[in-house]
Write a protein that binds this ligand. Structure first.
Ligand SMILES: O=C(O)[C@H](O)CO
Length: 359
């Protein structure tokens, strides 16, 4: 009975079409989310599997062009970004009043205009914009890289490897490529948080004699974990053999590592920065390194990023510069993307975020 089969097929088709139309209708009522970068797979999977959002992604390893971002963000409920996107008044205006959640895949949030976010939260026309970020999951990776950078700088590893490869290795010489060792040293931490503690924990087995730190105020609970002593900024500079900047970039810490700090440091000391380039006055650092005011610097972060290859800091043998890779392990970047995705979803549901920045 051929006509029965045709009728059945027609019915099935209509049923599928109705179901598809229903799903489409449901989908289009889901919150719209724009993801500004191809984030590691765990985060994307969480968003895709949630069935909770309509997802659009800038599917590239390179930053989304600003114009594209401004276009795509329009009418979004949620935005998941990384640290290269400046989320300022222009982006928030382009998004409009629908934007409820901003989730950054970073512990640093200096790329978010907090003042604008606060202002909008206070104004009636806008929904309060909640902000998620990704602390803690990257602490181990950042501390590990900081120690690696410190050792590479103090024991001149990059210079030494270059010499070995390019014929500079004439013979074994008594003082050639000598550096500074951690044993019996004083390590200073500028800005004591989870990362500073994790760095100190890793350095302790190298027989560091003393940990000192400075911050806006003493942090006794954290300091106790590493038996660190609170000192003034000047004493931190004067007493540290190794000084690691671990503070967030804020208006207060902008250029805090400047001529004043470097001129107080020992000629034999090593400066390390894995926080943000903006905490350092790079002209002052160049002077300090070039004139031997300090022995060396290891930087994972600079201003701008990338640092132009003709920048004077690249001409110095005693300056090791890395391209902002402190959190770059597969495990950590996946954990950061998962946390950013979960923060976003929780925020859109109106639930508590795992890590929320309270404005
Ligand atoms: O802010 C962050 O998350 C870090 O700088 C990335 O490594």
């Amino acid at each position: 009975m051929w006509w029965n089969r045709v009728a059945l097929r027609r019915l099935q088709r209509t049923g599928v079409e109705v179901a598809v139309a229903g799903i489409q209708r449901e989908m289009s009522s889901l919150p719209r989310v724009y993801v500004t970068r191809k984030v590691p797979p765990d985060g994307l999977q969480i968003l895709r599997k949630s069935g909770q959002v309509q997802l659009e992604l800038w599917d590239s390893d390179d930053p989304v062009p600003r114009r594209e971002l401004l276009k795509k963000v329009k009418g979004c409920d949620g935005l998941l970004c990384v640290l290269t996107e400046k989320i300022d008044a222009e982006v928030l205006d382009a998004a409009g009043p629908t934007l409820k959640v901003l989730s950054t895949m970073s512990v640093g949030f200096d790329h978010l205009s907090l003042d604008e976010l606060k202002k909008r939260s206070a104004a009636d026309v806008y929904t309060r914009i909640r902000v998620g970020y990704t602390p803690e999951v990257l602490t181990d990776a950042v501390a590990e890289l900081t120690v690696a950078l410190l050792l590479a700088t103090s024991r001149r590893l990059i210079e030494a490897a270059h010499e070995a490869k390019t014929g500079g290795w004439g013979t074994w010489r008594t003082q050639w490529l000598c550096g500074y060792e951690l044993a019996n040293s004083t390590v200073g931490i500028l800005g004591l948080g989870r990362i500073g503690v994790a760095i100190a924990e890793r350095l302790k087995p190298f027989k560091v004699k003393r940990f000192i730190y400075t911050d806006v105020e003493p942090r006794p609970e954290l300091a106790e974990m590493i038996q660190a002593e609170y000192v003034s900024m000047d004493d931190l500079a004067r007493q540290s053999d190794f000084l690691a900047a671990c503070c967030a970039l804020t208006p207060e810490t902008q250029s805090i590592c400047n001529k004043n700090l470097f001129s107080n440091m020992k000629k034999t000391s090593i400066f390390i920065n894995t926080s943000r380039g903006g905490v350092v006055n790079q002209e002052d650092l160049y002077e300090a390194l070039a004139t031997g005011e300090i022995a060396g610097a290891g930087l994972d972060v600079t201003t701008p990023e990338p640092l132009p290859t003709n920048h004077p800091l690249f001409t110095l043998k005693n300056c090791v510069i890395l391209p902002h890779i402190a959190s770059a392990s597969y495990t950590t970047r996946n954990a950061m993307s998962a946390l950013a995705a979960n923060n976003l979803l929780a925020g859109l549901r109106g639930d508590r975020m795992l890590k929320e920045l309270h404005l």
